[in-house]
Design a protein around this ligand. Structure first.
Ligand code: ADP
Length: 369
């Protein structure tokens, strides 16, 4: 590691002081700094270099490629000495990975700059390498790319269907004026626009949740009114798929103290899914009184969720591989957002499901102060 100079040749105190300052500056850097000579042998390193290589000490004069053995994006070993020696101007690379003895990897940012070593005393040439662990940044970048690709794909489908139906309606209006066919096409376009609105709503809640700016505004909720409102809104969608939408209300229900906005959004997500993933039968919304709050449950007689998938449905972007799931539009964000909101209002979700029989999503919502 860099240590203060103790040679007697240092005459000027000013120079000595400056040297010490420089050493403490380089040693306090969070990034690993390594200086190598023209043969890529290590001349100097700072404290952070020990961390990145996970070693206690680095032998001065040892070959760089004994210490640093990165691989590229395709897991191919990189000839680091060649890479360093080819740096006639400063170069940077963000696509390297560095492995450890325990099998773990980090993503590495590496910059190489050709320099004069020896503070101009001998004028010896060499290279300074700066290394940084960018694993977290990389995973955020990958997540963002995945997000954009999933969302743009999912937005494209309903837009294409609405566009097709609207131009079809126009065509029929010009040619035959068949009102039934025009209405059917417009209805489908309308459904797709409603779906888009739901999805954009999910996205905006998600973005607010991720930024941590969601506030909980507690107000008295008349559960009876909320359930009636949801039943009115969703019976139409259920009927369009020939499903029955039922409600079961506990007569002992009292006012619930929570966020009406979030409770409604959570239940909407459960109900939309129940309708989406059920081909025939019933979707039921239950509300049961509890001394500490209200227990809601949404039960369907749909495709169900396999045991292996039940843990994953609340993960970001998770969608079951089941072809029946893939037939329906979806981003895999609804339940992820639902879980974020659930935590905000200190609620608890329980999922019971059986493949090909149906699912029940239960949520206990406590009274908040
Ligand atoms: P999306 O419905 O947009 O795919 P969600 O986050 O709402 O995303 O749901 C994640 C996944 O959980 C769905 O893709 C589906 O595989 C499964 N799922 C959720 N609700 C149900 C349900 N009621 N019945 C069957 N599968 C469901």
């Amino acid at each position: 590691m860099l240590t203060p100079k103790t040679t007697k040749t240092t005459t000027a105190t000013g120079e000595h002081l400056e040297h010490e300052r420089l050493i403490s500056l380089v040693n306090s850097m969070a990034d690993a700094v390594i200086a190598v000579d023209q043969q890529a042998k290590i001349v100097m390193y700072n404290g952070a270099a020990l961390n990145i290589f996970d070693v206690n000490t680095i032998k001065i004069g040892s070959a760089l490629d004994r210490l640093l053995k990165p691989v590229d994006k395709n897991n191919q070993e990189v000839n680091i000495v060649e890479m360093v020696q080819s740096a006639v101007v400063p170069i940077t690379n963000r696509d390297l990975r560095l492995g450890y003895a325990d099998g773990s990897f980090i993503n590495l940012y590496l910059s190489i700059a050709p320099v004069h070593l020896g503070y101009g005393e001998k004028g010896q040439r060499g290279y300074v390498l700066l290394l940084r662990d960018i694993t977290r940044e990389k995973s955020l970048e990958e997540e963002r790319d995945e997000f954009i690709s999933v969302v743009s794909h999912e937005l494209r489908t309903p837009i294409a269907i609405s566009e097709g139906n609207i131009s079809n309606a126009e065509f029929i209006a010009e040619k035959s004026g068949d009102m039934t066919a025009i209405k059917a096409a417009l209805k489908e376009a309308h459904n797709q626009v409603l779906f888009l609105a739901d999805m954009i709503n999910d996205l905006s809640t998600l973005s607010r949740a991720e930024r941590g700016v969601l506030k909980v505004e507690v107000e008295p909720i008349n559960v009876h009114d909320l359930v009636t409102e949801l039943a009115n809104n969703y019976s139409v969608q259920a009927k369009a798929k020939d499903l029955e939408f039922k409600t079961e209300l506990d007569p002992k229900l009292e006012l619930l103290q929570s966020s009406k906005l979030y409770v409604r959004e959570i239940l909407q997500n459960f109900i939309t899914n129940a309708i989406k993933y059920t081909a025939k039968g019933t979707v039921t919304l239950h509300a049961t009184a509890d001394p500490k709050g209200v227990r809601f449950a949404v039960t369907d007689t749909g495709i169900g969720i396999g045991k292996g998938d039940q843990q994953k449905v609340f993960d970001k972007f998770f969608r079951s591989e089941d072809y029946r799931t893939r037939q329906a539009n979806g981003t895999g964000l609804g339940l992820y957002v639902t879980m974020k909101l659930t935590r905000l209002i200190h609620a608890e979700i329980e999922l019971k499901s059986e493949l090909n029989k149906g699912s029940t999503f239960t949520i206990f919502i406590p009274n908040l102060d």
